[in-house]
Ligand binder design. Structure first.
Ligand SMILES: CC(=O)SCCNC(=O)CCNC(=O)[C@H](O)C(C)(C)COP(=O)(O)OP(=O)(O)OC[C@H]1O[C@@H](n2cnc3c(N)ncnc32)[C@H](O)[C@@H]1OP(=O)(O)O
Ligand SMILES: CC(C)C(=O)C(=O)O
Length: 560
């Protein structure tokens, strides 16, 4: 890299725009959308789509709700030409959808484009030519007058060819290519000359599309340029003002949103931002940004993962894991403080509340994503995320201090294994740690003895059969006495929680008991169809975890 990049690169000139209005504008409705996936997106693929892939993407775009779809560049290749013919001859264009095709301002290519469109009920013919100074000089070798003449003469040809096919409802579209790099006065001059030729009306508008063919300014400068055109163009009432942002600086979405605030009516872009170089505008991103502000985008992304799979298949390019709204990881929180806040916000949320969720700008369920992926547990996670997953997936509502205890155990395992733990892993670890499967109760007899309760129970703990007897002022107290007598250890209950798991005939109870066993304070957990048995199992679980052993004290001494 250069120590002084100014030797090689020039800063973009700001626009002198008095009293710009776009900074105060609020977007309250969706723009007109035009998908260019099958043209600009397709031309940017390592391997352009075959007919089957093109058709599949076309029908996906229709299903999403696009009403204008640029389906190709029919003069460029037989494949593009044939695809347009297939759509028309197969009657595959729904009545409320208009196909758009691109052509350069070159006579033979325009004629070929009209051949491709024979018999189409409606179409947008989109013509472009270079207007930027560098392109004028280096590519076309024309001065400003020459460029205006090129644009106007081809606009005329399009009007004449269209007039020969009155059975089609035609819309004309013009793009001054590299609008982003063209002097504003000159863009206006070319566009005014083209619209003078087409003579659009408020009833039969033409589309003027302003491409940031290469994005080389900050989005506020692009917005100034769009507002300048919006204010200065002739026949504005007869123009649908469209923008076509690319994403070279990574600000295509911002440029599009500010352009809408600046007066644009229509956006061109691709699903998930496919397109030349860093891509076209990501239409899904803008549409869901609107949605997250309470504005219906008029496009349906309810099954966003299906759409992503289709796009990946057709483009043969992956959509990255952190891609806005759709990436595998975008609804996932790994870090403990995020997990804790999400868990609390879900708990506080009531049916019908507006969406106010820390770290989740949009409800993943609206896009067909599930909450399961919201919280994942790795070494950055805390008790909140762990508890959330166990509750969401397995119905366990762990008391706070048990959450803290178990999260230390989870941390140990993660430090050892260095991998993420899913809900099933956490459940397996909880089961193992709290001996859920390794504690069993056989016959339990409870009987009243005056004001006391007497218990006699058969149990198996870690493969060892026990016969326990005790007396206390309730079943738990009596069982604690039995354990004390059996093990010789000091056992005391400090805290007790229980809840039901599931409902109806299948319902079970979960019990969590914080207890002191000798010098240790720890939890035991038990699950059983019977609530008393769940508590007794929790006591056995805690005892087994304490490592005191469940053998009688005498037997332990002997073994030692
Ligand atoms: C910004 C955009 O994305 S615009 C869309 C770009 N998309 C594509 O280019 C994909 C499809 N394109 C193609 O398949 C081909 O480029 C075609 C079929 C359209 C044209 O192919 P070719 O005729 O071989 O021309 P090529 O692709 O090299 O285009 C450059 C030529 O067109 C000339 N040209 C460009 N615009 C015009 C114009 N309006 N009038 C006359 N000539 C023009 C250039 O000066 C250059 O001519 P040269 O070869 O004599 O120097
Ligand atoms: C033809 C135009 C709209 C284009 O694709 C671009 O400039 O990026």
């Amino acid at each position: 890299m250069l120590s002084d990049p100014a030797q090689k690169y020039r800063a973009f000139a700001p626009v002198r725009l008095a009293e710009r209005t776009w900074p105060d504008a609020v977007i309250t409705r969706a723009p007109l959308w035009c998908s260019v996936d099958l043209r600009d997106g397709n031309q940017a693929l390592i391997e352009p789509m075959d007919p089957a892939r093109k058709m599949r993407l076309f029908s996906t775009l229709v299903d999403i709700g696009f009403k204008e779809i640029e389906v190709g560049f029919p003069s460029a290749s037989q494949a593009d030409f044939d695809f347009v013919r297939q759509l028309i001859e197969g009657g595959l264009i729904p009545d409320d959808v208009t196909i758009q095709v691109l052509t350069p301002a070159r006579e033979p290519l325009i004629r070929r484009t009209f051949e491709a469109l024979q018999g189409v009920p409606r179409a947008i013919v989109h013509v472009y030519n270079a207007t930027a100074p560098m392109m004028r000089r280096v590519v076309l070798g024309l001065d400003e007058d020459g460029i205006v003449e090129l644009a106007v003469s081809h606009a005329r040809l399009i009007r004449e060819l269209a007039a020969g096919h009155p059975e089609t409802q035609w819309t004309f579209q013009y793009s001054p290519e590299m609008f982003s790099g063209t002097e504003l006065e000159f863009s206006k001059r070319v566009v005014d000359a083209v619209t003078a030729e087409w003579a659009p009306t408020a009833e039969r508008k033409c589309i003027i599309n302003l491409p940031s063919t290469v994005e080389h300014s900050t989005p506020n400068v692009f917005a100034d340029m769009v507002e300048w055109m919006h204010r200065h163009l002739q026949r504005r009432e007869a123009i649908v003002l469209s923008v076509h942002p690319h994403n070279d600086r990574g600000t295509g979405t911002a440029a599009a949103e500010l352009a809408l605030m600046a007066g644009a009516d229509r956006l061109e872009g691709c699903l998930f931002g496919n397109g030349e170089r860093t891509g076209n505008l990501d239409i899904v991103n803008v549409a869901l940004n609107l949605y997250s502000q309470g504005v219906s985008p008029g496009l349906d992304f309810s099954e966003i993962d299906d759409i992503r799979r289709t796009v990946e298949h057709c483009n043969q390019l992956p959509v990255p894991a952190r891609h806005p709204y759709v990436g595998d990881l975008v609804y996932t929180s790994f870090s403990g403080s995020h997990q804790d806040a999400i868990k609390k916000a879900f708990a506080a949320r009531k049916e019908g509340d507006v969406w106010e969720m820390p770290y989740l700008p949009i409800d993943p369920q609206d896009l067909g994503r599930s909450y399961e992926a919201v919280i994942r547990v790795n070494s950055q996670s805390g008790k909140g995320g762990i508890a959330y997953l166990l509750e969401k997936e397995y119905g366990l509502v762990l008391p706070r201090r048990l959450q803290m205890e178990f999260s230390r155990r989870v941390q140990q395992v993660m430090d050892l294994e260095g991998r993420e733990l899913g809900a099933a892993d956490l459940w397996a670890l909880f089961d193992r740690e709290y001996r859920l499967e390794r504690v069993a109760l056989g016959a339990v007899r409870l009987e009243e003895a005056g004001s006391a309760m007497r218990v006699q129970a058969q149990a198996t703990v870690e493969g060892q059969a026990l016969l326990l007897h005790g007396e206390g002022n309730g079943p738990v107290d009596a069982f604690v006495a039995a354990l004390r007598a059996h093990t010789g250890a000091e056992v005391q209950v400090l805290d007790y929680h229980e809840h039901s798991l599931g409902a109806g005939a299948q319902a079970r109870a979960a019990a969590y008991i914080e207890m002191r066993v000798g010098a240790q304070v720890l939890f035991g957990a038990g699950v059983d169809a019977n609530i008393v048995n769940a508590s007794l199992k929790a006591l056995l679980s805690g005892l087994a975890r304490a490592g005191t052993g469940v053998m009688p004290a005498a037997a332990q001494e002997q073994a030692a």
